[in-house]
Write a protein that binds this ligand. Structure first.
Ligand code: KIV
Length: 280
């Protein structure tokens, strides 16, 4: 008998089967320690290309590379025992052709151990979604506000406000679902439209700035923990204020180092003699 440990991780088909059931809890993650903390409470962890902004301080997600996604994807996967792990395909790694997308996605799957990939796009990406899905790569779609397309979309703004744009998002969602995606992120889209798409599709929708009617919700973990504070989109709810807690902790540390209260005897090896301060 194989000595291989049986995985109890949630799979993409199991996420897909949650359509219309208990809401799917998703967060982003970028590192092993954070993934370990989040794993027990969520169904799915997305290694989002938002890491370009929240981890690397870039202005957008456009500068994120495949190697960066693979390094963080593998780190997150190492911290997870239960959640489904999906890795974002970065800008430029999949848009040229289905073959280019397959080569990049195959690297992600093989080098990270992830359960699937996510890519942005609508009707124009449907062929690629079908190409990957038929070759064994579970794909999560992403429509509405697509951060990799901010330069043509006119910045970070809500989508689907007029009939023409709403109709395009509806067609995009349908095309990606019909192409075989196992789930679909709807980002920054007016609530009635996100609700309508959720009712129309047979795969789960995951909302971010979308609708409580979506089959699941996702937030960028650094946003909801108050770690990334440069700006706060309307759709973010802060559940903690860790930047403030870190600031307070570091101030205490700095004060104790300057006052020679740290390290104390219990932090040292061997007997501690009083420090002679030059000039005192
Ligand atoms: O990159 C990301 O974190 C995402 C989520 C916001 C859905 O795409």
């Amino acid at each position: 008998m194989s000595a291989q440990k049986k995985s109890r991780r949630m799979t993409a088909p199991q996420i897909q089967a949650r359509k219309g059931g208990q809401p799917i809890v998703c967060l982003t993650a970028y590192s092993t320690p954070m993934a370990r903390i989040l794993d027990e409470s969520v169904d799915l962890l997305l290694v989002g290309d938002s890491l370009g902004m929240v981890i690397y301080g870039l202005d957008s997600t456009l500068g994120v590379t495949l190697d960066m996604m693979i390094a963080h994807g593998a780190a997150v996967r190492r911290g997870v025992e239960k959640a489904c792990v999906i890795v974002d395909m970065p800008f430029g790694s999949y848009q040229a052709s289905p073959e280019q997308a397959f080569r990049a996605a195959a690297r992600v799957m093989a080098e990270t151990g992830a359960d699937g990939v996510k890519l942005e796009g609508g009707t124009e990406m449907a062929e690629t979604v079908a190409f990957l899905s038929r070759r064994g790569i579970p794909v999560m779609g992403h429509v509405g506000l697509m951060p990799q397309s901010v330069n043509v979309a006119g910045g970070f703004r809500s989508h689907g406000r007029d009939y023409k744009e709403g109709e395009r998002i509806r067609q995009d969602a349908l095309a990606i679902a019909e192409a075989g995606a196992f789930s679909l992120v709807i980002e920054g889209t007016v609530e009635p439209l996100a609700r309508e798409i959720t009712e129309m599709l047979t795969i789960p929708t995951i909302g971010i700035g979308a609708s409580p009617a979506c089959d699941g919700q996702i937030l960028v973990v650094d946003d909801m923990l108050g770690l990334f504070t440069e700006f706060q989109p309307k759709f973010v709810k802060r559940y903690a204020n860790l930047a403030e807690d870190i600031h307070k902790a570091v101030e205490s540390y700095a004060e104790e180092v300057r006052g020679r209260q740290f390290p104390a005897a219990e932090h040292c090896f061997g007997a501690v003699r009083p420090v002679r301060v030059v000039g005192e």
